[in-house]
Design a protein around this ligand. Structure first.
Ligand code: NAI
Length: 264
């Protein structure tokens, strides 16, 4: 089977876990050399992502990165280019959750979720775009937004605010750079069974799953396939697209389905 990303150089932030790990593996399966970027404290898990790729015959390496720090993100892009000669694909995916009533969220938690989910994505885009311009051969960015980037949700207001902001960054930058051969899009996953979600209580998990017509969590792999498509030339007309992968959660405001009620 033809690999859609044969010979491309990709970086994925938050690739030690969940959606980022699944994307790293999928991009590698499609033929890209993948830089696994994640925090230093996630080095062991990042190493497992690299090992899974190399054991499957792919090429990968880990570069410790904190997406909230400009120098760290610039170094990530520079180190990727030093190692592989160029950068073609970036998946700005690292993100953290927040849970609680708006008035109860601490300033520290608010600043942290904004730093990782919003500033982190913007810093990634900034240094990736500058590198694409230096290469003069274009490139592709896929950001990870969320169902929370499309709709509001109670108990996650700061998180939802950052994901709406990622949607805004994606659409605006997509328009700015499309004519330079730089395609920028985002995925907007619904509730995905990743470590981020597994740490939640049963009540929090069912609150998250409630709007999904499929009545199940998605898998990181179901998101990764969409990222790989957006990153490929097959998505050549996708510019500023926010691709929802949410089991029907944004299809209708009515999550109640009579067919799932056996008494009807
Ligand atoms: P996860 O917790 O499994 O993975 C997140 C990764 O990001 C971790 O490896 C973590 O070490 C890394 N990370 C955190 N802060 C970082 C920083 N400052 N610098 C570099 N790396 C950092 O989470 P998951 O679920 O895979 O989430 C990935 C993305 O998908 C996030 O942006 C999240 O908001 C988004 N998302 C997740 C959904 C879900 O239901 N799991 C739904 C919609 C969006």
């Amino acid at each position: 089977m033809t690999q859609t990303l044969h010979g491309r150089i990709a970086l994925v932030t938050g690739a030690a876990s969940g959606i980022g790990r699944a994307t790293a593996l999928t991009l590698a399966r499609e033929g890209a050399a993948v830089v696994v970027a994640d925090l230093e404290q996630a080095a062991e898990a990042a190493g497992q992502t690299v090992a899974a790729i190399t054991e499957a015959g792919g090429e990968a390496s880990y570069i410790p990165t904190d997406v909230t720090i400009a120098d760290s993100v610039r170094d990530l892009v520079d180190a990727t280019v030093a190692r592989y000669g160029r950068l073609d694909i970036a998946h700005n995916n690292a993100g953290i959750g927040s849970f609680g009533y708006t008035a109860d969220v601490s300033e520290e938690d608010f600043d942290r979720v904004v730093a990782v989910n919003l500033k982190g994505v913007w810093l990634g885009m900034k240094y990736e775009i500058l590198q694409f311009q230096r290469q003069d051969s274009g490139g592709v960015i896929v950001n990870t937004a969320s169902l929370g980037g499309i709709l509001g949700a109670s108990l996650v207001a700061p998180y939802v605010a950052t994901k709406h902001a990622v949607v805004g960054l994606t659409k605006s930058a997509a328009a700015e750079y499309a004519n330079q051969g730089i395609r920028i899009n985002a995925v907007a996953p619904g509730a995905i069974a990743s470590p981020m979600v597994e740490t939640l209580s049963e009540g929090e998990r069912s609150h998250l799953m409630a709007p999904h017509a499929l009545h199940r969590f998605g898998t990181p792999e179901e998101v990764a396939e969409a990222v790989a498509w957006l990153a490929s030339d097959k998505a050549s007309f996708a510019v500023g697209t926010i691709l929802s992968l949410d089991g029907g959660a944004t299809a209708t405001p009515y999550s109640w389905n009579p067919m799932s009620n056996p008494s009807r």
